[in-house]
Design a protein around this ligand. Structure first.
Ligand SMILES: [Zn+2]
Length: 383
């Protein structure tokens, strides 16, 4: 196993002086095949990815590895340890309230000057220079920021420095109570069929601070800037191959090592397709895969407070008018039908007026009016 190594990355310090560290596992490939960066647990309660990384490491011991692979479990030690009672919080920095997965960096203004300087150079040189530029920009942020960084930025930028070194990036998350789903850049739609994930969100070229966007948007902008000048530079070509995904592995607050083994095999099928590994035994499963554009991914907010009985099954198209959930309001329970009608009664069925594909729902049965109850695909289609 001399191509396997482990390093401990220092990402911050607690008030007591205790070091915040993240383990980084690297496997060296034996060729210049595409490289991959995989991290898990940026959000504290989304722990299944750690189990998937465990299973990946176990499987990779017996696989012919072509491209470099970097694996980072427990990517955010602050979020990972952020408990309140029996629950893990860890979606937002408790001090600033900012979502931990909105702190990555990309400055679009680097694109135009870079393209101007790159005209006439070959693709491989452009690729190497652009990678270098992105890493330099992150290092500048990390090391030459006289006003300092927030706790979250310091963690995010160090992870991003590792991610920029790879061609392919997988950020492992989970939903609250959720089906498996994939955030996939629109240009990489073809790759979605290599994951054993039945639901894919196709996302546009808009940077909002997440790791997947921070790693694919720069390349997509670069391609577009060249295209505007009539120069062909394809980030989907075999030679360049730049893709990033957020992989939503199911529900928060739980790990399942058997499911993690399936998830690891699904990732290996994708890596096999991309040539990162030479292991043709890993192939995607045959399944119906649904796609949906991000603009058609809708949150449904509870029209009332109450106790929710979630009815709609994930991944099964729900016809218009069929109940999504029913809400129990015991304060409206009366011994007399007159009162019942007046107050709306104890049971309320919630439905939508068009067909949807339920993807995830809120983690608790008690909700306030306006709570994000379900997230659903609308205008979905088979991939
Ligand atoms: Zn997440």
């Amino acid at each position: 196993m001399n191509n396997f190594s482990k390093e401990v990355m220092h990402v911050g310090e607690m008030a007591s002086g205790a070091a915040l560290t993240v383990p980084v596992y690297r496997i060296k490939g034996d060729s210049d095949a595409p490289s991959v960066y995989i991290q898990a647990n940026m959000h504290g309660a989304e722990v299944q990815g750690n189990a998937v990384i465990f299973q990946l490491l176990e499987l990779l011991k017996n696989i012919d590895i072509k491209g470099n692979i970097t694996l980072v479990p427990y990517a955010n030690p602050v979020a990972c340890n952020h408990k309140n009672g029996e629950y893990t919080l860890g979606r937002f920095d408790p001090i600033t309230g900012v979502n931990w997965n909105r702190m990555y960096h990309f400055d679009e203004s680097i694109i135009k000057p870079f393209v101007r300087d790159s005209i006439g150079k070959d693709d491989a040189t452009i690729e190497a220079n652009f990678k270098q530029l992105m890493i330099e920009k992150i290092e500048q942020k990390l090391e030459h920021n006289i006003f300092g960084l927030t706790t979250g930025q310091r963690i995010a930028y160090q992870l991003q420095r590792l991610a920029h070194q790879a061609d392919l990036v997988l950020d492992l998350h989970t939903g609250p109570i959720s089906s498996k789903h994939l955030y996939c850049p629109e240009y990489a739609q073809e790759s979605a069929q290599y994951f054993d994930i039945p639901h894919t969100l196709l996302i546009p070229n808009e940077f909002g601070g997440a790791l997947d966007e921070a790693t694919f948007c720069p390349w997509w902008y670069l391609q577009e800037a060249f295209t505007e000048l009539g120069i062909k530079f394809s980030i989907s070509s075999k030679a360049l191959n730049k893709e990033s995904f957020t992989v939503e592995l199911g529900s928060q607050e739980q790990i399942d090592l058997d499911v993690a083994l399936d998830d690891a095999k699904s990732i290996l099928a994708y890596l096999q397709y991309k040539g990162v590994i030479a292991a043709p035994e890993y192939q995607p499963q045959v399944m119906t895969r649904y796609g949906c554009y991000l603009k058609d991914y809708k949150a449904y907010y509870s029209p009332m407070g109450g106790m929710v009985d979630y009815l709609a099954e994930f991944g099964k198209p729900l016809a218009a008018g069929e109940p999504l959930a029913r809400i129990l309001r015991m304060d409206n329970y009366h011994f007399g039908t007159d009162d019942e009608t007046e107050n709306g009664g104890p049971l309320h069925y919630l439905s939508l007026d068009h067909e949807v594909l339920p993807i995830l729902h809120f983690a608790s049965a008690s909700v306030n009016q306006g709570t994000e109850l379900y997230k659903v695909f609308t205008n979905f289609f088979e991939l």
